[in-house]
Design a protein around this ligand. Structure first.
Ligand SMILES: *Cc1c(COP(=O)(O)O)cnc(C)c1O
Length: 429
């Protein structure tokens, strides 16, 4: 499969090159040249297929012949080695729980898939390595660290703002060892992000083969299609139209959902639910795309002012706003509304959500008023323990510590403190 840059000023590349480069040379996001719907027979038998077989059929065309079937099946099996339960929260409303992976964040799937693709492409290159460089405000870093741990031919360097991530998040970044290095930056998230961007443009670091591991990378973005197929498999027997609500930040997850629909998955409607970082809801109101600097909220993994994947969504609809609005709505919620929803979900249904899922729930409830016969799914993108500072006081409960978290919480933190870009360069060598 070939990929082109959405800035249309860079050569087309293969899947492999797109994964290794991350971003095209003209700074555009890569996009697949063709999207071929799956055979209708696939949907007729989907309930009899395993998650691994579904994932293979979904992603195969995007990889093409660049990873042999046997290896791709192995990568998928390693990526999906945990559950994706669909839990009924109230009548007609389901939570698709994407937090049962090793770091209890939905980004585990993308990070694991990407790391194993890179490892496959590096397998014969004994003397050259890739360095994955990421800045994190919390959740991404842990998933990337865990996803790449022990993967041959790849070093991972994670920059995080000192004192600005939660204790659990910091442990997930700093205790793994092996090929994972954590740099503790004296500054805020934007300082980390600026250093990473500078490094990607720095020709004196070309020998490090730097690559990114956010949803800009096709190997992190595309596997998110799987979730929507898994939910459909679980709910197909109800024979009702399906509405999905994704708590959205960079819009990678929801964009993968729209790809799933392009492949023929019968999804009636999408809702991108956001916190007060409402660039896309405002766009749908006014027709003007007017990004603003991000504001801090309790659903902080969605504190994004200029969602990087929105351009992919526009491409999927050929910039046809009418067609887009038919399939897609977007609503924004304040922290107060989010907290009220957390409490309501718990008090009425006994279900413990976390702030991102609660935003998704709110958007879903609103949209379902327009779809009488439909059932709805909101994506629960993190385990409540990862946002315990919000969830515990709001619900007046103490959450038990899951095994995945227990195993890092008592490990010793290892990080290198840096203050400047020069120190990052020296570290990279
Ligand atoms: C990253 C993240 C999101 C947002 O996902 P996007 O694909 O960037 O829209 C939502 N919730 C949690 C917990 C996340 O970590």
């Amino acid at each position: 499969m070939k990929y082109y840059s959405l800035n249309h000023n860079a050569p087309e590349v293969s899947f492999k090159e797109a994964v290794i480069q991350g971003l095209a040379s003209d700074k555009g996001l890569y996009f697949p040249q063709t999207i071929t719907p799956l055979n209708p027979a696939f949907f007729n038998v989907i309930e009899n297929l395993s998650h691994n077989d579904i994932a293979f059929d979904v992603i195969q065309q995007f990889v093409g012949d660049e990873i042999p079937e046997e290896n791709l099946r192995e990568i998928i099996a390693e990526t999906l080695s945990f559950d994706f339960p669909v839990v009924e929260v109230e009548k007609g409303i389901y939570s698709l729980e994407l937090f049962h992976g090793p770091t209890m964040a939905f980004k585990d799937v993308g990070a694991r898939f990407m790391s194993r693709c890179l490892a496959y492409f590096n397998k014969d290159k004994k003397d050259s390595k890739n360095t994955v460089l990421v800045a994190t405000s919390g959740d991404t870093g842990g998933a990337v660290a865990s996803g790449f741990l022990g993967v041959d031919g790849v070093d991972v360097v994670i920059l995080y703002p000192s004192g600005k991530v939660s204790d659990i998040q910091e442990k997930q970044l700093t205790t793994l060892g092996q090929n994972i290095k954590a740099l503790e930056v004296d500054g805020v998230f934007d300082d980390c992000q600026d250093m990473v961007k500078k490094a990607f443009l720095d020709e004196t670091l070309a020998h490090k083969n730097l690559t990114s591991a956010n949803s800009i990378n096709i190997a992190r973005w595309l596997p998110q299609m799987f979730y929507f197929f898994f939910a459909y498999k679980a709910l197909k027997s109800q024979n009702k139209p399906l509405v999905f609500s994704c708590p959205s930040g960079n819009f990678g997850n929801i964009c993968a959902g729209i790809m799933a629909k392009k492949l023929g998955l019968p999804i009636e409607h999408f809702v991108a639910s956001t916190n007060v970082n409402d660039t896309v809801p405002r766009f749908l109101e006014s027709g003007k795309y007017d990004p603003k600097p991000s504001k801090a909220t309790i659903s902080n993994a969605m504190d994004v002012g200029n969602p990087s994947n929105f351009i992919r969504i526009q491409e999927l609809y050929n910039n046809d706003l009418k067609a887009f609005e038919k399939d897609f709505s977007s609503y924004s919620y304040t922290d107060e509304e989010t907290l009220a929803a957390l409490k309501q979900i718990y008090n009425t249904n006994g279900y413990i959500a976390e702030p991102h899922g609660a935003v998704g729930y709110l958007g879903l409830k609103k949209e379902l008023q327009k779809h009488e016969n439909a059932i709805g799914v909101f994506l629960e993108t993190a385990h409540p323990i990862k946002f315990l500072d919000v969830v515990e006081p709001a619900l007046g409960i103490t959450l038990p510590i899951p095994e995945q978290i227990e195993s890092v919480i008592n490990e010793e933190k290892v990080s290198v403190k840096i203050k400047s870009y020069e120190e990052l360069k020296t570290f990279l060598g």
